[in-house]
Design a protein around this ligand. Structure first.
Ligand code: MN
Length: 265
């Protein structure tokens, strides 16, 4: 990725419709202001299919336990415990071009490294307390991605009632494809989502099995945090998550998007 001058993402891309939704959305960062910096911080962007622009990623939100069967396999009761949110750092993104198999390094500290195949909604507008029936107005497009997880560390921290970060929020834990604009794809309410390891089907479900739809995800999330253009949401994974080891090739699919593939190295 190119090194570029650091910019306040979200301050320049709001249209009038977004302002109506966004409230006070003119500045995302409340830091030390403008001025020269002693070094550059890399901006994280994704290609936009059919465009010479790139999509600037502001925050990566993830939804936990958004498919019933996965919630059950993780040991929770989806009738009593609703889905919930966590985040990965923005620079956890690993962009994977369609038609390629990207090398994905096995991370340190884990002995149980899991895949989770997920639909990703990317936002072009922000808002706070967005009603469900307006939530899809915020969507710029969609992609597909892997919420890679150091499951042993996630579980150990959960057992100790400590934060999940070391299991979920580490370098390159968010492989993702290019952004497809909603005008090209429409919204994703149903359709196959599957994942293979070395050609063998591991996960195989339908997007309609999500407990919270994309619109509901956006609406709920906007109650907890003001959303901004550039925010992206990993929508949760279906059941049958499992481990990979070095040399394995993961291929994932969502109807209407090109497949995403990585090789664990
Ligand atoms: Mn996940």
């Amino acid at each position: 990725m190119r090194m570029q001058r650091r910019e306040l993402i979200g301050s320049t891309v709001l249209g009038s419709a977004a302002l109506a939704l966004s409230g006070c959305a003119t500045a995302t960062a409340q830091g030390g202001g403008a001025g020269r910096t002693p070094f550059e911080v890399q901006r994280v962007t994704l290609p936009i299919v059919g465009s010479d622009e790139v999509f600037p990623v502001r925050r990566i939100y993830c939804i936990g336990r958004n498919y019933r069967a996965h919630a059950i396999e993780m040991g929770s009761n989806p009738d009593r415990e609703p889905p919930f949110f966590f985040q990965k750092p923005t620079d956890a993104i690993q962009y994977v071009a369609a038609g390629t198999v990207a090398d994905h390094p096995y991370p340190p500290l884990t002995r149980n490294y899991h895949y989770e195949a997920e639909l990703v909604a990317v936002l072009g507008r922000g808002g706070r307390n967005v009603p469900v029936d307006r939530a899809l107005d915020l969507v710029y497009g969609y992609s597909l991605g892997l919420d890679m997880t150091r499951r042993d560390l996630q579980r150990a921290m959960g057992d100790e009632k400590k934060p999940w970060e070391i299991g979920k929020s580490f370098d390159r834990s968010a492989p993702i494809g290019a952004v497809h604009r909603v005008a090209q794809t429409g919204h994703f309410r149903q359709g196959a989502i599957w994942l293979k390891v070395n050609g063998q089907v591991k996960q195989n479900a339908d997007l309609r099995q999500m407990i919270w739809s994309v619109a509901e995800q956006i609406s709920r999330l906007s109650e907890a945090n003001e959303l901004f253009p550039g925010d992206i949401i990993y929508s949760g994974t279906p059941e049958n998550v499992g481990p990979v080891v070095r040399g394995d090739v993961i291929e994932m699919h969502i109807d209407g998007l090109p497949n995403l593939s990585v090789r664990i190295t």
